[in-house]
Ligand binder design. Structure first.
Ligand SMILES: [Ca+2]
Length: 304
């Protein structure tokens, strides 16, 4: 009798254990399957370019670096397909928005021409513009993915024919030093533009996106938190739920290119405006077809 009870208990234990394992395996399988399916849904053919934006297929990448503590930890992130403006939003683009909506046009420095990136725009200005043309500001994960050109390199990945030394685009260079002797500039580098340059003047990166490493810094949609990477979502992270500062990415005409990397993060309160700070827009790939039904409002620097 005693042996029977022990045998019965053992059988029950094994059955419960097997059921538990199966459930776990089944759960993992379903989770993976659902993730794959959700990613698969984004493998449809999207137009490569819409309304001045390029299609970025997205995927996994290692976000962050050991360069500064707010870029740590390096963490694996998945970015779903999206579109990103080929060029920074120009003075001309933003003026058109202001004329059509009554939004106040920010005063531009004398040196900022119509085909240069608009500056002196707050995050709220940028947000309003993006909304007006059916777009949005990029997340910083999207921004970094696009700046890396699909690679894990810590340097900007430009076209192969351009050497690393000359790939900084418009940064603080000798031409700026001639205007302001206090500036710290890139040694031996002269890009010819002491202030902003026309958008698209310098070579694009491997995705065909221009000026991510220079010209003006760019607003991102996310709130800034120096510790966010330690708790970031894995799939399409959108930043902290709240904060006091917005993430700024890229480089600018008043910053040396020597320190520039696609992982570089800085921050400003959303109401701030500077003559070295602009933006570009993004859009979910899923919205592309819907967007195609409408006449393009913006076409980058080609607007007259
Ligand atoms: Ca320059």
């Amino acid at each position: 009798m005693k042996i029977k009870i022990i045998f019965l208990s053992f059988t029950i234990f094994v059955s419960v254990w097997l059921f538990s394992c199966n459930s776990h395996i089944l759960k993992s399988y379903h989770t993976k399957k659902q993730v794959n399916v959700s990613f698969k849904n984004h493998q449809e053919n999207f137009p490569t370019e819409i309304d001045g934006m390029l299609f970025i297929k997205g995927g996994w990448f290692e976000m962050g670096s050991h360069y500064k503590s707010d870029q740590e930890p390096i963490h694996r992130v998945f970015v779903k397909p999206f579109y990103l403006d080929k060029f920074e939003v120009t003075v001309n683009d933003f003026r058109r928005f202001c004329v059509e909506t009554g939004h106040k046009m920010p005063i531009q420095p004398f040196w900022n021409k119509d085909d240069h990136p608009v500056v002196n725009v707050s995050w709220y200005d940028a947000q309003a513009y993006a909304k007006w043309c059916g777009k949005r500001l990029p997340t910083e994960a999207e921004w970094e993915f696009a700046a890396r050109g699909g690679r894990n390199s810590l340097h900007y990945a430009l076209n192969a024919e351009h050497s690393l030394v000359k790939t900084h685009g418009n940064v603080a260079d000798y031409s700026l030093l001639n205007k302001d002797s206090r500036r710290i500039v890139e040694t031996g580098y002269d890009d010819g533009f002491p202030f902003t340059s026309p958008v698209g003047y310098f070579p694009p990166n491997i995705f065909g996106i221009y000026d991510m490493e220079g010209n003006v810094l760019e607003w991102c949609n996310d709130w800034y938190d120096a510790r966010y990477y330690a708790q970031s979502e894995i799939e399409n992270p959108k930043g902290p739920a709240k904060g006091n500062y917005k993430v700024i990415r890229g480089g600018s005409w008043n910053r040396s290119g020597r320190y520039l990397m696609p992982t570089y993060r800085t921050w400003y309160p959303p109401q701030c405006t500077f003559d070295f700070l602009g933006f570009r827009c993004a859009m979910d790939a899923d919205k592309a077809k819907e967007h195609l039904k409408h006449e393009p409002l913006i076409s980058g620097k080609n607007i007259n």
